[in-house]
Design a protein around this ligand. Sequence first.
Ligand SMILES: [Mg+2]
Length: 272
Amino acid sequence: MDRSQPKSLPSALQRLPEFERRLEGKKAAVFLDYDGTLTPIVSRPELAVVTKEMRTVVERLGELCTVAVISGRSRKTVQEFLGLDNVIYAGSHGLDIAGPGGSGLRNDIGREFQQTIDSVHAELSQGIIGIEGALVEHTTYSTTVHYRLVAPEKAHRVEEVVDRVLQGYPSLRKTHGKMVWEIRPRIDWDKGKAVLWILDALGLDSSRALAFYIGDDVTDEDAFRALKGRGVGILVAESPRDTSATHSLRGTKEVQDFLEGMVSLLKARPQS
Ligand SMILES: [Mg+2]
């Protein structure tokens, strides 16, 4: 096979001194994916609970700079799992954004799709009956079909159900993630657009802030692309893969170490 290997990216952990220089005179904004970034990928979606240590470091970072968690999950689920009230939550791949209480930061862009999603969710739940291990998770303005627990030789049946059901929903599309099919509105909105919207809403343009985005999955690539040339995209992956990120971390432990590094760096610098 003549496939070129994706090149390995510099470790974000080792580049903290460089980020410190790039942050001079600027604010930091840190965007975090949830599953696979703040928690290891688990067999069942309801088990993805963050550790006390990870929660603490995200909370401390939220006291020092803008922190937003952007997930394909429902905003409420991520909010419950993380349980912090000093960060911005964006659920449904950024279709449902809310800042901390009193901030007034809100974008409910997915609302017009609510009924369509409820309906496709019901049809998919019905459709997967009989495929052992398949799960459908309602993620408010999107819905996620999990097949991690489906026998590999039966996984194609899950996609067949998704394709058959989606034929009745021209306003929806499917995207592929880690052992999931994600059903999303067919609109020009993704995690990248959500990141740029949040930065703009907070007046954090690139002359005033350096943005970091940390994520592990395909949908995070939209955010890495959005930050190209104006921020730092950090891929969480054990081994190199094709990506638009510029830096990498090897797993959730390194994510925690990096966030701890950011906390120290932001605490040490003179107040602006
Ligand atoms: Mg993820």
